[in-house]
Design a protein around this ligand. Structure first.
Ligand code: F6P
Length: 421
C-alpha cells in the first residue's frame, strides 16, 4: 500500500459505537487511510467501542488492514468491523475514576487523536471525553464521525448509512409489492421498518413509487401518534377496493398513552444502556389483528437488521460520503479541532452536492432529529414530495460488491484479536 506521509503525527485511536450501518466501515476506512496518509505513527482500533477500551481491548489496525485491496474490502463490509457497543459513560461529576482510567489507557498507548463513529448517543461519549480533557488538561483531540441508519442526528443534512438503508428499503418494498399481486387473492402486508423514534427510514418506502410500481398504500411514522382503530378502518376500506394492500409502519409508532404498538403485543424486557427498549413485533401485532378482524391473508415482514447490513446494495453517494466524513474528521483533529463532529452540508440539490464541515458536538449529542411535520401529509399516513426530494439524491448510484465464488467478499478481523486483553 502506497502511503504518502505528511510530517509525522502522534498515535490515533478509532472506535465504532451503536447500531451498525452498511457503510460504517467506509468511515473507518476513511479515518484509517487519512490518518496513515497524514503521518499518524500508529492507528489503533478499540474493540467494541469505549466499553472494550475500558478493558484495554485494542488492535493495531496496520497489522490487519495491509493493502489497498483490504481498504476496498473494508469499505464494502457490513456491520462494525471493530465490534460495537451500547455503553453510556457516566456523568463526569462523581465519576472521575472512570475518566481517569480511560485517559490512563489512552496515555499508555500515547494517543493524541481519538475518533468515535456513531450516532447521537455515541456523540455523548465524545462530548464527555472532550469535556474531561478540559478538566485534566489532556491535549488529546476528540472528534465525532456521524453514522446511523436512523438519520436522526441534529445539524447534519443527513447521516452516512441512511442513504443505503433507504435504498434497500425502497428496493425491497418494490419487490414485496410485486409479490403481493401474484395470486388472485386478497391480502394485506405490513412491513416493519427501523428508526426508533424518527420516521426517516419508514418514509423511504415511498421511494418505491414510480412508473413500474404503485408504491405502498400507507406509511406510519413515529412522529404521528398511532391510532389503532383508525388504522384498522383505513386498512379495511383499502381491502375492499384493492387485491393487495401494502403498509409500512415504523418500529417506533406509539399509541396516545405513550406505549409502543409492539408493547400492546409483547412485553419488552430488554433495555440497553441508553434505556432504549428493543422494538420488534409491531408488524406482527397489526397483521394478526387484521387477519382476525378483517379476515384476510396477511403477512408481517420485519426488515430488522437486513436494512442496516445490506452491503450488496449500498448507495455510492452514501459509501463515498461515509469515507469522506472519516477523512474530514482526521483532517480537522490534526488541525487542532476537538469536541466537534463532522457534519454534511447540502450546497446544491440539482446536481446534488454535499460538503463536510465541523460542528460543536454539545449541540448534537443526545438530540433526536425528527421528520418535520410538514413533510408528512395531513392525514398522517404518507410523506410529502418535499420529503421525497430530500431523500432521492441520497440513494443514488451503486458500488458493486467484490464477488468471490458468487458471493460478496468481506474483510474480517480475525477472531484471535477479540480475545486479546
Ligand atoms: O442504531 C439504530 C438502530 O438500528 C435503530 O434503528 C434500531 O431501533 C436499533 O438500532 C436496534 O438496536 P440493536 O441492534 O441494539 O437492537
Amino acid at each position: 500500500m502506497k502511503i504518502v506521509r505528511e510530517k509525522e503525527r502522534g498515535n490515533v485511536i478509532v472506535g465504532q459505537s451503536g447500531g451498525p450501518t452498511a457503510v460504517i466501515n467506509s468511515s473507518l476506512a476513511g479515518v484509517y487511510k487519512t490518518a496513515r496518509d497524514r503521518g499518524a505513527k500508529k492507528v489503533y482500533g478499540m474493540l467494541h467501542g469505549i466499553q472494550g477500551l475500558l478493558q484495554e481491548r485494542v488492535v493495531d489496525l496496520s497489522e490487519h488492514i495491509r493493502s489497498d485491496l483490504d481498504i476496498d474490502l473494508l469499505k464494502r463490509t457490513p456491520s462494525s468491523y471493530l465490534g460495537s457497543c451500547r455503553y453510556k459513560l457516566p456523568e463526569i461529576e462523581g465519576n472521575a475514576e472512570v475518566y481517569d482510567k480511560i485517559f490512563a489507557i489512552l496515555d499508555k498507548l500515547e494517543i493524541e487523536f481519538f475518533f468515535y463513529i456513531g450516532g447521537n448517543d455515541s456523540m455523548d461519549t465524545i462530548k464527555k471525553l472532550s469535556d474531561y480533557s478540559q478538566i485534566n488538561g489532556s491535549k488529546i483531540k476528540f472528534m465525532g464521525v456521524p453514522k446511523t441508519i436512523d438519520n436522526d442526528l441534529a445539524v447534519t443534512d443527513h447521516t452516512p448509512g441512511f442513504g443505503s438503508a433507504a435504498k434497500y428499503i425502497a428496493s425491497i418494498t418494490k419487490e414485496i409489492i410485486r409479490d403481493g399481486l401474484v395470486y388472485d387473492q386478497q391480502n394485506v402486508t405490513i412491513i416493519e421498518i427501523m428508526g426508533r423514534n424518527a420516521g426517516w427510514l419508514t418514509g423511504a418506502a415511498a421511494l418505491a413509487t414510480g412508473e413500474d410500481c404503485e408504491g405502498p398504500d400507507m406509511l406510519f411514522l413515529p412522529e404521528i401518534t398511532f391510532d389503532v382503530d383508525s388504522f384498522m378502518k383505513k386498512v379495511a376500506e383499502l381491502h375492499k377496493v384493492k387485491k393487495s394492500v401494502v403498509v409500512a409502519v415504523s418500529e417506533g409508532v406509539k399509541v396516545a398513552d405513550g406505549r409502543y404498538v409492539c408493547e400492546l403485543f409483547d412485553n419488552i424486557d430488554f433495555v440497553d444502556a441508553f434505556g432504549h427498549k428493543q422494538l420488534t413485533g409491531t408488524a406482527r401485532y397489526l397483521a394478526q389483528k387484521i387477519s382476525s378482524e378483517v379476515g384476510c391473508k396477511t403477512r408481517a415482514i420485519e426488515f430488522n437488521s437486513l436494512q442496516r447490513c445490506a452491503s450488496h446494495i449500498v448507495g455510492r453517494v452514501d459509501i463515498t460520503e461515509a469515507f469522506n466524513v472519516g477523512g474530514a474528521a482526521v483532517k480537522a483533529a490534526f488541525e487542532g479541532e476537538s469536541g466537534k463532529m463532522i457534519i454534511l452540508k447540502r450546497v446544491s440539490d440539482d446536481p446534488y452536492m454535499c460538503v463536510t464541515d465541523i460542528y460543536d458536538v454539545h449541540m448534537i449529542a443526545n438530540v433526536e432529529k425528527k421528520v418535520p411535520r410538514e413533510w408528512i401529509n395531513e392525514a398522517g399516513d404518507y410523506v410529502t414530495e418535499d420529503y421525497i426530494d430530500y431523500v432521492r439524491p441520497l440513494i443514488q448510484a451503486e458500488l458493486t460488491p467484490m464477488m468471490v465464488d458468487g458471493l460478496p467478499r468481506h474483510l474480517r478481523l480475525d477472531d484471535t484479536s477479540y480475545s486479546k486483553k
